[in-house]
Design a protein around this ligand. Sequence first.
Ligand SMILES: [Zn+2]
Length: 245
Amino acid sequence: MTPRTDEALVLRLTDYSETSQIVTLFTAKSGLVRLIAKGVRRSTKKRFAVGLDLLESGEVIYLPPRGDAQLGTLTEWVQRETFTGLRRELLRLHGALYAVELVAGLTEEGDPHPELFHALADTLRNLAGDEPAGPCLPTFQHDLLRAIGYAPRLRECVVCKRAVIPGQPVYFSAGAGGLLCRDCEPHHIEKRRVPSRLIETTPRTGDPSAWFELLDYHLTHIAGRRFKTAEQVAALLVRAHPRRR
Ligand SMILES: [Zn+2]
């Protein structure tokens, strides 16, 4: 079998045996890829012998799974970016862990999403950099929703298609796929009230904490479960961006 070469981000590392790990990568050309990495040194359990670490990017060479095998085999890893700036602030680190948890949970193995690969790499770079961390997170949530075909409708009511009127009560239903006006919301059980002020902004420009909560509500509904890192990120965001009441 011909080895494949790709750009990749390390989403997850799981010990498999004393000398090997299962590595979950998000690759530019093939999407999620799970590989067995043999030769982990016992003395440095957390690190793969060639230097693979969580939340870094690199160039990977691997053999795709053959026949019934679930896992491919990692043959080479050349580290590129380590995003060390993530470690200087809890919101940056947990925000990055949330972003990779979303990608691992909401994309399928071998389903390529090159635009999402670049969005995730940009998000890790921005979180590791000097820009405020807050807006990176709802921006990424929205980019991911678009990439997997679940972008919520945020300009008009999903049922009657009328534009949302500023100042009027507005609701969001994940099942319906976006906003509900006051006339249409009584017919939906699954919904939550949304501050109408928020809808006049975008995930990139509006209140990061309120946008995060709304989009995480949508993502939770799609996944059918709460993401492990979501609660911590929500709490850190509220602290960093106190709400105006
Ligand atoms: Zn309506």
